[in-house]
Ligand binder design. Structure first.
Ligand code: SF4
Length: 458
């Protein structure tokens, strides 16, 4: 979501005559001697983990130093930290000039002008509405791939999570708007779209606004015909099915999903549409029911396992990935052992595994953070070891096989190489001409080298 918001912010600023300079802080997050080349330094921030916030605080210190030698420098902050800490940040960091909420990105160029002219701290943090901006001024990084947010916020109540505080309740874009934006992206050459939402599979969109905007007739509703008839709304499987009809759109991915909304209907739509990615990211967080209950994840381990079983039965080529939190409040050695067993049993293709960090203001911040840091580290390392082994075994099974990849870009580390992604989004590196970019290509996988799959054109 932040990548998308950054692309929007950069596009809007460039359109207003700003030049985007992305290399201003290459010297690392905690360096003291930093040279800022830009006139305006903007950080798009994340609050999901403590570590991300610490990095921003570290950079604020560096920017304070930079501002002593360049008092005209404008320092701004966007994203979830603004929503979380609000004006408190101005008191803590007098070097901060500008705060822009997640629903105010469109106002960014004007707000920078306001700071420049009046040299006073400015904050614009709207509380209602949706924090998604569709604009053709967006500065997309990928030529063939685009992010497409379809909903924001979350109505779940996972006790560790700050999203309901920073992004608010769920709000979905209208289905017609999503369809129109996806079609626009395809007309610009995009072939692969990743649908985004904090809880993407609980998408619940209005089929169309009532009344229609002036000049828009029944034709603009054609893609919605016959859908969402029941309660008059479009759910996530219906939206996916509808987007699959866009000619020229070759692949659709989505992230991130909650197990409660991973339904048989969704699996059925994926199974019948080869355009939909065969990677399904479904966070488990813990293999112990007592921990899942304290996290308020709304399911038991057995229920989660059944979701995965059904998914694999209905979509045999699906690859499942997950998230795990190590050392949540009250996690015992036995609970941890159950999570290790869950990884072994469910055999995710990969998983993001992190140590638990308390997020102030969340329900879990009232629970004791009682797993000592060294124990969290040891459990985290053990889980990572198990998952690494499983991921390696899964990757090794691909060696010698021929797969089809969507050729995405050149390899940043070696410009003679390209990389592409398989239908289940495994990244394969191979040598080839840039003329292959944006095309589907058959590759024979030759070896696994330091967690990278290498292949050759056939
Ligand atoms: S479902 Fe995801 S975004 Fe929503 S509260 Fe839980 S972890 Fe946070």
């Amino acid at each position: 979501m932040n990548l998308y918001d950054t692309e929007v912010a950069e596009g809007l600023l460039e359109h207003r005559g700003f030049e985007i300079v992305n290399d201003a802080m290459d010297s690392g997050p905690y360096a003291v001697d930093v040279k800022v080349n830009a006139d305006v330094f903007l950080m798009n921030t994340c609050s999901v983990r403590e570590h991300a916030e610490e990095r921003v605080f570290g950079r604020m210190g560096m920017l304070g130093v930079a501002k002593r030698t360049n008092p005209d420098l404008i320092v701004g902050m966007m994203g979830c930290m603004v929503e979380e800490h609000r004006e408190k940040l101005f008191r803590r960091f007098p070097q901060l000039d500008l705060m822009v909420g997640t629903r105010n990105i469109k106002e960014l160029p004007g707000l920078i002008e306001e700071v420049r002219q009046n040299r006073r701290q400015v904050a614009k943090i709207k509380q209602d509405g949706i924090s998604i901006e569709y604009t053709d001024q967006i500065l997309r990084k990928g030529k063939y791939h685009a992010w497409l947010p379809i909903m924001t916020g979350c109505n779940k109540v996972c006790t560790f999570c700050i999203v309901p505080i920073t992004r608010g309740s769920e709000v979905s874009m209208q289905a017609r708007e999503v369809y129109r934006e996806a079609s626009r992206l395809v007309s610009e050459g995009v072939k692969w779209i990743t649908l985004l939402g904090q809880n993407v599979n609980s998408y619940d969109g209005n089929p169309h606004p009532n009344p229609l905007p002036e000049g828009e007739g029944a034709n603009s509703l054609a893609p919605l015909a016959g859908r969402g008839q029941g309660e008059g709304r479009i759910n996530f499987p219906e939206l996916l099915d509808m987007l699959c009809e866009i000619e020229g759109l070759e692949r659709i991915s989505f992230t991130t999903s909650h197990p409660s909304d991973a339904t048989e209907e969704l699996y059925r739509v994926i199974a019948k549409n080869p355009k939909i990615s065969r990677r399904f990211h479904l966070p488990l967080q813990s293999g112990a029911d007592s921990v899942l209950k304290r996290m308020k994840r709304l399911h038991t381990y057995a229920e989660f396992r059944e979701k995965i079983r059904l998914m694999r039965a209905m979509i045999p080529d699906i690859s499942v990935t997950s998230d795990i939190i190590a050392g949540f409040s009250g996690e015992t050695a036995e609970d941890h052992h159950k999570t290790c067993e869950a990884l072994q049993e469910l055999r995710f293709d990969s998983a993001f595994i992190y140590k638990y960090s308390v997020r102030p203001g969340t329900p879990a911040s009232k629970l004791p953070d009682d797993v000592p840091i060294n124990v969290k580290e040891q459990r985290n390392a053990e889980l990572l070891d198990i998952q690494r082994q499983i991921t390696t075994e899964s990757d090794q099974r691909l060696i010698g096989r021929t797969v089809e990849v969507f050729v995405e870009d050149t390899n940043a580390r070696n410009p003679l190489q390209l990389y592409g992604r398989t239908q289940d989004e495994k990244r394969i590196v191979f040598e080839g001409e840039t003329a292959l970019l944006g095309r589907f290509q058959k590759i024979q996988i030759g070896q696994l080298k330091r967690e990278t799959l290498l292949g050759s054109l056939i």
